[in-house]
Write a new protein. Structure first.
Lengths: 307, 282, 252
């Protein structure tokens, strides 16, 4: 690049351009590396406990006595799995039905009000949902639902966590499913209706079939969010480190474990490493679900484009 | 035919029922929190900090949390912004479709879905390593990590929509990349950039898990970056569980303020999206 | 004319402010091929889709007038639209296989109308694919997704699928315009055979195709009925000057 010019202004411009692009390049590199730095740090800090305890015991033992050096993660892993599974079971059927309703049946006006509302409510902070859980869901379980089944509970339970989580996850599932359903090309619908199918038959057999991968992706994204959700669940789920034996027993998911014990971390040896391992496990699981969902979604977009 | 009609009506009932349950639950969250919170609000609640001891203090308000949240969100947004804007610009104008761009975008998408408690854990680890204590600075760093992927990706998408002919016009006049970027792209994408900021701030203000370890908590307003800072979400969290109704009131009030802030930001960013869309599609 | 199967009286259709069909009155004879011809955009497709009420799917559509199939007006209030559609087989311009296997595509119609036994469905599938002259090409691939078939095969699939619901009428909306000449030829052959059992209404903008297939012709221009009658009359001795100009290739 010849800079043999009399015009200093041009030189300064070129210099500015160069410096700026170098700066921007560095911020970009840093941004791109952050997730790896985080994962690496967590892994680094987990090695301590990974080397002193066999992995199988960490994952499958139920005995959680950190001051004795026993770190059985099983109650927390199962707590996480159970509360997430419960939340999805509670959330998926109504969410899908609602998506179908919004996409296929709802009059324009209703859709115009409800859809933005759902999107807005997707942003309600976790602690606020937890607050609602404590004020409404926990007493509901304690005073009405549990007695129905002959159980007695404080209300702080797996069920409470499941319900609160289900409500938090629903907007994501609904929002994506609804869009995927709407995106099904009209030719397929037309073919079905022309054969004399009712609207519902068309939706049931044709539309959902086409939209299926997108719906699965929506559900997986919901799973991903549910796994990592910390505060709201923490506030209502009871936090007892035992594997819950019924819906009305308290549970203790991994994020809650990490959140509750950061204070004690430093005083007990290996504790902080154990919690880092918990965080690492959490990170990897969530990553897995989100990456899988992402791949599914791009696959669908490509398919719909070539229809 | 009757059988088919019956089936359809049955499912219609289920669909409407599901809609009512879900919308109803979400609305009940709003009602419960706003109602309880409104009852707890008063001038003193908003303008005073808690007095007379941590959990036991029966007087005072939540000013510590309000200011704390403002400082935290403000600081985090500033740091995230000065990092994300150049990154988004670079991705769009300089890196285009290169491997670096693909890699960075993917990586940020992954980062976006990381649970916020991980930021807290990571931030805490870094702080321990650097010898920092739970403080405003720690919280700012954790929240900045939270905001970064949101800002970059949204700005990125928004900048992608700047019409090629505008950029061409600038280059054709002999402008450098930097000049085009600053004068044309940023200006055209400004509403979108604002939207990205609002979205990120909305997310950050409501988050508790990331600042749990990193920002600490305090009844006082932080005087320096190294003081612990209260925040609205943690104010709700910590003060809800006490047996003292006066303290619980503060939790409700915090919840109210927090919800109002988050919803306002959300509505504002929606309105901006609408304006932006009209603006772009000429 | 032999007994009209479909009788359209004073049909007006408009949507989005466009008055697309203007006071159409015509008869469609039974068990013949009636072609609807005219330049692009003159309402041929809308007319076709009025017969099986697919126009109901258009936002804000307004319809007045009657479409009588036999003695029933398809637009009557008490009518179950799915019953009407069961009587009409519809083949669209672009092949639109359902997102399922070839077998399921054909079986879809019968299934939704209540037929469940596997044996009967098997018979129906084979019979319809035979009639559409597709059976030999797909008999070993019945469970593969229909989207894997070629365009010509897909369109024959759509024909077979339409036949599976045992319609009285076949409505064809330019069904060969997206196909290569050989596949198009196949479809035309099938229709010529099928007319002895079905009333066929066929929209086309290709005059030569219309001349090959038509027994009866309807000429539409700008949403109005210009002329209708037996093919020899309309093509070779048209009474209206616009018709004469069109069939001689002056416009359209």
């Amino acid at each position: 690049m010849k800079l043999l010019t009399e015009d200093n202004a041009v030189n300064t411009r070129r210099l500015k351009n160069l410096v700026a692009s170098k700066l921007m390049f560095s911020t970009t590199i840093v941004s791109g590396l952050i997730v790896f730095i985080i994962a690496f740090t967590l892994f680094q800090k987990s090695t301590l406990i990974l080397t002193t305890q066999p992995l199988s015991e960490l994952l499958f033992s139920s005995s959680w006595h950190p001051w004795r050096g026993e770190f059985g993660f099983y109650p927390f892993i199962s707590g996480t799995l159970l509360v997430t599974a419960l939340a999805m079971v509670l959330s998926i059927p109504p969410s899908l039905l609602m998506s179908i309703y919004l996409a296929e049946y709802a009059p324009k006006k209703i859709r115009g009000i409800i859809k933005p509302m759902v999107d807005l409510l997707a942003g309600i902070p976790s602690v606020v949902c937890g607050l609602w859980g404590i004020l409404l869901v926990v007493p509901l379980i304690r005073d009405y639902i549990a007695p129905l089944f002959g159980a007695s509970t404080t209300g702080f339970s797996l069920l409470a966590g499941g319900i609160v989580l289900a409500i938090m996850v629903s907007p994501i599932v609904i929002s994506i499913s609804e869009e995927v359903i709407r995106a099904v090309p009209h030719q397929a619908r037309e073919a079905s209706l022309a054969l004399g199918a009712t609207k519902w038959q068309t939706v049931k057999h044709v539309v959902t079939r086409s939209a299926f991968p997108g719906i699965v992706a929506a559900i997986m994204l919901g799973f991903g969010r549910a796994f990592g959700e910390t505060m709201a669940v923490l506030m209502v789920v009871g936090n007892v480190p035992k594997v819950p034996s019924s819906l009305f027993d308290p549970a203790y998911p991994l994020p809650a474990l990490i959140a509750n014990n950061y204070g004690e971390m430093m005083s007990i040896p290996l504790y902080d490493s154990a919690l880092m391992l918990a965080a690492l496990i959490l990170l990897l699981v969530v990553l897995l679900f989100n990456v899988a969902a992402g791949i599914l979604l791009t696959g669908i977009k490509r398919r719909l484009a070539f229809g | 035919m009757d059988k088919r009609k019956l089936e359809e009506n049955f499912y219609k009932i289920l669909m409407i029922g599901s809609t009512l349950i879900i919308v109803g639950s979400l609305v009940s969250i709003l009602i419960v929190v706003l109602f309880k919170g409104a009852l707890a609000l008063s001038i003193s609640m908003l303008t005073q900090t808690p007095k007379g001891g941590y959990y036991l203090g029966k007087e005072g308000g939540i000013l510590n949390a309000i200011i704390g949240s403002l400082y935290l969100a403000g600081g985090a947004t500033f740091i995230a912004f000065i990092t994300s804007l150049p990154t988004a610009l670079y991705l769009n104008e300089y890196a285009g479709r290169s491997k670096l761009a693909i890699f960075t975008r993917q990586s940020l998408d992954i980062l976006w879905s990381v649970p916020s408690i991980i930021y807290g854990v990571f931030g805490f680890t870094i702080m321990v390593y650097l010898g920092l204590r739970a403080s405003l600075l720690g919280g700012i760093i954790a929240l900045a990590l939270l905001e970064l992927p949101i800002m970059v990706r949204v700005m990125d998408e928004v900048m992608k929509m700047v019409p090629l002919k505008l950029k061409e016009a600038s280059y054709a006049l002999g402008a450098t990349k930097l000049e085009t970027t600053l004068n044309v792209i940023t200006r055209q994408a400004l509403p979108g950039v604002l939207m990205a900021i609002l979205l990120a701030v909305g997310r950050a203000v409501g988050d508790a898990a990331s600042i749990l370890f990193t920002a600490g908590y305090s009844d006082a307003i932080p005087g320096s970056l190294f003081d612990p800072a209260a925040s609205l979400p943690l104010a709700v969290f910590f003060q809800l569980g006490t047996p003292f109704p006066e303290v619980q009131q503060r939790a409700y009030a915090s919840g109210f303020i927090l919800l109002v802030i988050v919803l306002s930001l959300s509505i504002a960013s929606r309105l901006l999206t609408k304006r932006f869309m009209r603006y772009v599609i000429k | 004319m032999s007994k009209p199967h479909i009788s359209i009286q004073n049909l007006n259709v408009s949507y989005e402010g466009h008055h697309v069909l203007k006071d159409i009155t015509l008869d469609i004879p039974e068990k013949q091929i009636t072609t609807i011809i005219g330049p692009s955009g003159c309402g041929k497709t809308t007319l076709l889709r009025s017969i099986n009420r697919l126009i109901d799917l258009i936002d804000g559509v307004k319809v007045s007038g009657k479409v009588l199939v036999g003695k029933t007006n398809v637009f009557d209030n008490g009518i179950d639209v799915t019953d009407i559609r069961k009587k009409m087989g519809f083949i669209a311009q672009m092949p639109n296989p359902l997102p399922m296997s070839t077998y399921d595509n054909i079986a879809y119609g019968p299934r939704i109308h209540g037929i469940k036994e596997r044996k009967r469905l098997d018979q129906i599938v084979e019979h319809c694919l035979q009639t559409a002259s597709l059976w030999n090409e797909v008999k070993n691939r019945l469970t593969e997704p229909a989207s894997k078939l070629s365009a010509g095969q897909q369109q024959r699939l759509c024909l077979a699928r339409a036949l599976a619901i045992e319609p009285e009428v076949l409505l064809c909306d330019e069904p060969t315009s997206a196909l290569d000449p050989i596949s198009a030829g196949h479809i035309e052959e099938q229709l010529l055979t099928l007319k002895k059992d079905y009333t066929i209404v066929f929209v086309t903008h290709v005059l030569r195709q219309a001349k090959r297939l038509a027994d009866h012709v309807i000429f539409l221009y700008l949403g109005e009925l210009v002329e209708q009658g037996p093919a020899e009359t309309v093509f070779y001795q048209p009474s209206d000057p616009k018709t004469k100009a069109y069939v001689e290739g002056v416009f359209g």
